[in-house]
Design a protein around this ligand. Sequence first.
Ligand code: NAP
Length: 337
Amino acid sequence: MVCALLFLVPALWALLLLGLWFFLRADGDLTLQWAKWRGRCPEQELTGSVVWVTGASSGIGEELAYQLSKLGASLVLSARRKHELERVKRQCLENGNVTEKDILILPLDLMDRSSHEAATKAVLQKFGRIDILVNNGGRSQRSLCMDASMDVFKELMEINYLGTVSLTKCVLPHMIERKKGKIVTVNSFTGIVSVPLSSGYCASKHALRGFLNCLRAELFEYPGIVVSNVCPGPVQSQIVKNALTEEVTKIVGNSGDQSYKMPTSHCVRLMLITMANDLKEVWIADQPFLLIAYLWQYMPTWAWWITNKFGKKRIENFKSGVDADSSYFKFWKKKHD
Ligand SMILES: NC(=O)c1ccc[n+]([C@@H]2O[C@H](COP(=O)([O-])OP(=O)(O)OC[C@H]3O[C@@H](n4cnc5c(N)ncnc54)[C@H](OP(=O)(O)O)[C@@H]3O)[C@@H](O)[C@H]2O)c1
């Protein structure tokens, strides 16, 4: 008995410490960590797929185009700025395993819902199928609820929520006919947790999560159609620079310090693992963001203690002209390979 205890107690401590070390180093939720370790590889699963990426003119969407083009996927690149899409296409042709015929540039405004049906037809005409739709295009917000005009709330809902719902509804009949396909939506941590200065943005991302969860349940007869809700924490991109402020005509205009955010390439690699493994919801972030998401999930009342602490500082930073989060997350900077 004593011998067994002598062996068990250190073994349990070792296990606990190992778990803690693993959790502190994690860059996503547990299902994603498992898929990274034991799951299918994007190089095998996604090569040759036809992938439609919205918001492909910058940030996460642009990096998705680069990594997918290296896998030899056929690409449809959409956003409003055609010249930026042309630039992304040139880079894909230069560095990827694709040729001219593998890339379609399709300018699209998520707010112009009447154009989505015709855009879908154009993709089908070119490639004959859509294997994956990546709903990535979106805008963020940096303004207090009481200072933001109703137009800001309306625009964020139009782009992030209704635009995504509209495009998904246009593409789904085709996937239902084929009984296969993937709808991958770039949501956000703010689709799970909420932070000050982003009430319109958080609302649009929470709405997306509700929509996607209902849609997935309604598609139970089609196990070949996968609905993935991807929730990244802070990632290096143009999202803060382009964020709406008090008025739709006024954007933040600079990205601030991005050094504490996850590199775009790392986030996108984890998104490809998500797609290859048909994961239904993933959280992509380093600590302490992951810890905050777990607290919100399992201890919502206690989570408010920490949310209020960060929230107060976030508002103070914003009012003094510093990027909302940079000053207190700097010390968590993590190296990714
Ligand atoms: N970066 C982060 O920290 C972070 C974290 C969580 C979630 N996300 C989400 O990730 C997605 C991509 O954002 P990002 O970080 O890569 O930011 P980004 O660099 O600003 O890219 C946003 C993309 O969305 C497009 N877009 C904006 N308004 C549009 C509209 N009305 N119609 C069509 N496309 C539009 C932009 O292209 P045009 O201007 O050319 O139209 C651009 O390509 C967004 O949904 C965002 O909410 C980002």
